[in-house]
Design a protein around this ligand. Structure first.
Ligand code: RIB
Length: 296
């Protein structure tokens, strides 16, 4: 297995509107979609579509949604041996609004995702032993993420954290990793500086090897272990739905890294996957295949 994802899964309920309502306002939807989502599952799915061999550890409720998710992953060739049931909470769900410009807002009901415990990972140590790269996000309990970082260290994996959705308790001292992938707003919060600039001193300060900052349609910025700063422009597209674009980037990046691509090439590969993922509605349903990424 090349990439192990430990994270969340949700059933996404999306309403498409002309314009997102403000507080206290009501909007009438043009159409709606129920689809498979959750940042962990989206990244696992994106990594699989990008050509990776993927393992996934997550918690579902004892309900139809959990069963449907298991079947969905089996259909797409993603191993479900790490999907645990038995939580007394329902499978996670997310409620999304997407407007014509492609912008979105999301409210998550974590449900079973918040009952994934460190001890659940100990029972899946075999998956850590088989993997090269561990991929983490922040939709499961922080103590479970910290434990996953420790298991990854024990098994000498490269750990990538995508600290999203942002949690003020996140820091790289308590969640040691090799690579951070975050968006520009998360970056400003992490370093407590709206006018942040990438340089190698940041890597020393954060104790990481590589820092990657995605910026939507603007160039992705990165600084590598040698202190080299990269600027990689994503392809120009007209997005219809940006939900899951960050997940498509992260999943594809992990696969490129596992394949031994150099950092710049891996970022271009991930940028192409993320841009393509904005051209269709929904998170996973919009995730490009390997051949689509290669020919973009
Ligand atoms: O990153 C997009 C995802 O965030 C959605 O699929 C939704 O489930 C939320 O977790």
């Amino acid at each position: 297995m090349s990439v192990l994802v430990v994270g969340s899964l949700c059933l996404d309920h999306t309403l498409f509107v002309s314009s997102l309502p403000g507080r206290g306002e009501t909007a009438i939807a043009k159409t709606s979609l129920v689809s498979f989502g959750g940042k962990g599952a989206n990244q696992a799915f994106a990594a699989k579509r990008a050509g990776g061999e993927v393992g996934f550890v997550a918690m579902v409720g004892d309900d139809e949604a959990g069963e449907a998710y298991r079947e969905h992953f089996m259909e797409h060739g993603i191993s479900t041996e790490g999907i645990i049931s038995g939580s007394d909470h329902p499978t996670g769900s997310a409620f999304l609004g997407v407007e014509d410009s492609g912008e979105n807002l999301i409210i998550i009901n974590p449900g079973a995702n918040h009952t994934l415990r460190p001890s659940d990972l100990d029972r899946r140590c075999d998956l850590f032993a088989e993997a090269e790269i561990l991929l983490l996000q922040l939709e499961i309990p922080l103590e479970t993420i910290a434990h996953a970082c420790q298991l990854a260290k024990d098994h000498k994996l490269t750990t990538i954290i995508n600290p999203s959705p942002w949690d003020d308790s996140f820091n790289t001292a308590d969640f040691p990793c090799d690579i951070l992938i975050l968006n520009e707003h998360e970056m400003a919060t992490l370093v407590n500086d709206q006018r942040w600039k990438l340089d190698s001193s940041l890597l020393d300060r954060l104790g990481i090897q590589t820092l990657i900052v995605t910026r939507g349609s603007k160039a992705t910025l990165a600084v590598d272990g040698a202190g080299k700063v990269l600027e990689c422009k994503p392809p120009m597209v007209t997005p219809v739905d940006t939900v899951g674009a960050g997940d498509a980037f992260t999943g594809a990046f992990a696969v490129a890294l596992a394949e031994g691509k150099a950092l710049e090439e891996a970022i271009h590969f991930a940028n192409r996957a993320a841009s393509l993922s904005t051209l269709k509605p929904g998170a996973q349903g919009a995730t490009p295949t390997r051949s689509e990424i290669d020919s973009a």
